[in-house]
Design a protein around this ligand. Sequence first.
Ligand SMILES: [Zn+2]
Length: 281
Amino acid sequence: MSTKQVALLYHDTQRLTRADVDLIQRALQLQVDRDFAPAWNKSAVIGVYDAAHLAPIDSWKIFIQDKEDDVGFHCLQNQQPYAKVSANADLPEVCKVCSHELLEMLIDPEGNAVKLGPSIFWPGKVVEYLMEICDPCQEAEYQIGIANLAVAEFVLPAYYDNNGAIGGASYSNRDSVTGPFTVNRGGYVTWRDPDNDTWQFAHALANGLQGPINLPGPPIIAFCPGITARRRWVDEQSRQHFKEFIEKMSPADREDYQSFCAECQKGRGTKANDSCSQAKP
Ligand SMILES: [Zn+2]
């Protein structure tokens, strides 16, 4: 099993204390040790540091920041994976987003890993799904037993298995996902269409799957030389496109979507997921 060192850094937030971040660390470490590592055969030792220079040089940093507009993302810079998480939410939500980014970073440190799978729109067609293990179920969370903290639900290897789960295996840690390459309400998936080298995504509303939504633009490197991770590129592309997409929705879909976002924010105090943040850039 590969084990990475991960550093939680909070020097750019006034909202959280060291004690808050220590609680997040305990929640993440428990989730990794108990739930994630046995399923994915990857692990992490997570520490909290008062400043970046105090963290191990080769640790993967998670920066918790007040100023970050994105709810959370993970990326790669100078061959070093890192993540940024907004502190502009209550503690359980910050913990959930830290969990989301940590688990996805451990699976796909460079933001480039893909799995071949059947298109969810065109029977018989095969596409390359970006391996972002929390996105299909990004609204689902569960209590971890430390304070009132929640951590992110994540899909399991069977989710990406083209033969499906054999012998009743689960598709996600808490069984919120019911089949391979499916998307829960409020979740999304992103894929590359190898036939024409385009990126697309789909997200699920109450009335079903919305998409495919094209992410326009030339190939990654040509489009933004400083951004090498597909995930980050897709984020950049989808933010603008998402906004236009919402504007083009039917009034009924928009109402459903907006009330869904409002539900997310109730009890959370702020933006609750990528979709909500993209809808309100
Ligand atoms: Zn994600």
